[in-house]
Design a protein around this ligand. Structure first.
Ligand code: BGC
Length: 730
């Protein structure tokens, strides 16, 4: 049978994922914890049980909440970041009957005091180990306050840059996303925080890119695209998972028993706690699936939501519902057990074994800054560099730097207790001036009245310095207020008057290097036409402008690669290198796939990014012409730095199954490695590819590895053209 199906898993078990075991707990420690939980639960009243499921925001005046904690009616609190306040609550816990410790949680995602670049930039480094170091440093800063849980990592896969929350994730690819999910979980946990992998699931696929909107996701897409990062986060030990706000195929995740209980808890083997998102239980009424808050509480608990963030639905209604026989006590007990399990595993109880919650030593600020700069340096993506316009060297002559973002010290900080001073942040202008000294002339004009160029301050001044320069460096910025939650955009071109500035500068006839600070892929076709170089700097954080100066001046070579496709225009979205083929592949002919008013290809594909040197790929080899479904194959390639500067390259491996029972993606990332090469240096890069990694899920959620031909592509982006192939055999 040439293309026979090899069914690896069947509906009953639904997945090859083994049941989770935490890295900190041995099975016997697990048994000991379960016994302690059983003993503790035997002593709990119904009020105290329901209290564990209640997770409100810190509120003022504090007295009612302190009293509620004393009565055992709160299991955890959001947004207590003042160490003295944490201590006050802990003292009240000690005065309570059962002394059950609290979870203290905040969104320590990419910053607490020192801001790291935003997480999409972490993914652009293609070095998960940098993300791990970043997460550890952030967690160490945060944990000093007594906070013990972060609402991170955000690991939603998204192919839609209109959605503002792509800034918090790792972009569009499940393999890259899973690698970063696991690294981030490891890092935060090393730094003393438990994690919350969020948002389960499909939040990154809202229709129209509108935040909170519903997603339509088929079973193959769910398991092949959206779940792998969650599976990786769970395997890395994430103690908690946050359910998403949205509907999936019409059912809100917060009330979706199939997704929360059957898939997450049973199939993926997740035995930690599942929390709702902020007020999401209450919002089940808005979704039109609950009549009132009491109904919402029953539905969410039945779906498998253990912890009620902010809705107070469980607090207000579960006790009465259990007493009235409307909610089985077993559902409450199951949720309580998960919450206590997490508290034990975190080491919050006096007699907890291991766990993340040993008070970690503080990391000194210089080390945190060093880590932040390290991520920033490797995250910048050089999309274009005609005529080696960058880096700026003496040979570049007089440089005109234009744009008020060059004066910005906005590090997009998210958190930071009031008593900590805002960290010192260098501007790009200063960072460049310090480095250039009197080596060459650097002229500067703000041009815009604000950092994101909504209006002009002095367009003429900018044009006049540009006329007197040999190289124009224009910095433009998407303001952070238009990225993040609740910040979907319908237009992804440069905002305000930034494009108008660029148009005017381009008429001068000098080479232009465009630097773009952004939280998401933008539609930069118009800009791309006019510039020689284009560098994506994301939102680079406290050390970001220093790192940017280093890269612009060539002290460090850019080495980032796109974790998400840059479209030509909004109308192309969603567009991904891993789209399915169509009946009529694009040829430019009208009756093939594409648009009559736009090219079918993106402006820059996933995985793309240049250096100041070039890399040559050769000698692509596979270890065998065929492999069985349970076998492995080695893919080997030679990579050479063919230029005159040192640089780093992300070597990427893609596959395509050309004949199968379902249409398979045109390409799928199956491996990557970032390597550093000196000029002239050549290295052999090897990937071990198990045939099982080439499988996919069918409409019933079964994982299948199908016999058939596999094409293999290796190179520096998803458009890699060095190709070989092999067969999977029965
Ligand atoms: C967001 C979550 C966040 C929570 C608490 C919600 O609006 O969707 O990602 O963790 O608020 O701040």
């Amino acid at each position: 049978m040439k293309h026979g199906l090899l069914l690896l898993t069947l509906l009953a078990s639904l997945c090859s994922t083994p049941a989770r075991s935490t890295p900190t707990a041995t099975p016997s420690a697990d048994r000991a914890i379960e016994a302690k939980i059983t003993a503790l639960m035997a002593r709990m009243t119904l009020t105290e049980k329901v209290g564990q499921l209640n997770f409100p925001s810190y509120a003022f005046p504090r007295e009612p909440q302190l009293e509620a904690v004393k009565q055992g009616r709160i299991g955890g609190l959001l947004n207590v970041v003042n160490p003295a306040h944490v201590k006050d609550f802990e003292a009240v816990v000690q005065a309570s009957r059962l002394k059950i410790p609290l979870l203290f949680a905040i969104d320590a995602i990419y910053a607490f005091h020192i801001s790291f670049p935003t997480p999409i930039a972490w993914a652009a480094t293609w070095r998960p180990e940098l993300a791990e170091r970043a997460a550890e440093a952030i967690a160490l800063e945060t944990a000093q306050t007594g906070v013990n849980l972060t609402f991170a990592p955000m690991i939603d896969i998204s192919r839609d840059p209109r959605w503002g929350r792509v800034i918090e994730g790792a972009g569009e690819d499940p393999l890259l996303g899973a690698a970063f999910a696991a690294a981030r979980v490891r890092g935060y946990r090393k730094g003393g925080l438990a994690t919350s992998a969020k948002h389960f699931v499909g939040y990154g696929a809202p229709e129209g890119g509108r935040d909170y909107n519903g997603a339509q996701i088929s079973a193959p897409e769910l398991f092949d695209r959206y779940i792998p990062p969650f599976q990786a986060a769970i395997e890395a030990g994430s103690e908690t998972v946050m359910a998403s706000f949205n509907t999936v195929n019409g059912v809100p995740v917060t009330a979706n028993r199939r997704l929360i209980t059957d898939v997450l808890k049973t199939r993926l083997g997740f035995d930690g706690l599942v929390m709702s998102d902020f007020a999401a239980i209450m919002e089940l009424k808005n979704h039109g699936v609950a009549a009132d808050l009491a109904d919402a509480a029953r539905r969410a608990l039945h779906a498998g939501i253990d912890f009620d963030m902010e809705s107070k639905a469980y607090d207000r209604h579960l006790e009465a519902a259990v007493e009235a026989g409307k909610v089985p006590i077993s559902e409450v007990d199951a949720a309580v057990r998960r919450i206590l399990r997490v508290k034990y595993r975190m080491g919050l109880f006096e007699d907890s074994p291991g766990g993340v919650r040993k008070i970690p030593a503080k990391m000194d600020e210089e080390t945190v800054r060093k880590r932040a700069r390290e991520v920033a340096r490797e995250s910048f993506v050089l999309l274009k560099n005609s005529g080696a316009t960058l880096p700026i060297t003496e040979a570049s002559g007089t440089v005109a730097l234009i744009g008020s973002a060059a004066l910005s010290t906005n590090d997009h900080s998210w958190y930071g207790p009031a008593d900590l001073e805002k960290p010192r942040t260098e501007t790009l202008l200063n960072a460049l001036l310090t480095r250039i000294g009197d080596r060459q002339r650097l002229l500067y004009s703000e041009a815009f009245a604000d950092p994101c160029g909504q209006s002009f301050k002095d367009k003429e001044h900018a044009l006049s310095i540009a006329r007197g320069a040999d190289l124009i460096v224009l910095i433009v910025s998407e303001d952070c207020t238009v990225s993040g939650e609740g910040a979907s955009r319908a237009d992804l071109t440069l905002s305000g008057v930034q494009q108008e500035m660029l148009d005017a500068l381009s008429k001068i006839g000098k080479p232009i290097a465009l630097v773009v600070e952004t939280g998401r892929p933008l539609a930069l076709s118009a800009a791309n036409e006019l510039v020689a170089s284009m560098l994506i700097a994301w939102n680079p954080g406290t050390e970001g402008r220093t790192a940017l100066a280093e890269v612009l001046l060539g002290e460090v070579a850019p080495s980032g690669k796109l974790p998400m496709t840059f479209p030509r225009s909004v109308g192309q979205i969603p567009i991904s290198y891993s789209d399915l083929p169509t009946s009529r592949p694009a040829t430019g002919d009208r009756y093939t796939t594409g648009y009559v008013d736009e090219k079918p290809t993106p402006l820059y594909p996933f995985g793309h990014g240049l250096s100041y040197t070039t890399f040559e790929y050769s000698g692509l080899k596979i270890s065998a012409p065929a492999v069985r479904a349970n076998g492995k194959i080695e893919v080997r390639v030679e990579v050479k730095n063919a230029g005159l500067r040192a640089g780093q390259e992300v070597v990427q491996l893609y596959t395509r199954q050309t004949v199968a029972s379902r249409s398979r993606p045109m390409r799928e990332l199956k491996g990557f490695e970032k390597i550093a090469l000196q000029p002239g240096e050549q290295r052999t890069v090897r990937f071990m590819l198990p045939a099982s990694a080439l499988g996919y899920h069918d409409e019933d959620g079964n994982k299948i590895v199908e016999a058939g031909p596999i094409r293999v592509f290796v190179g520096g982006s998803s458009a890699a053209d060095l190709e070989t192939g092999f067969d999977i055999t029965d």
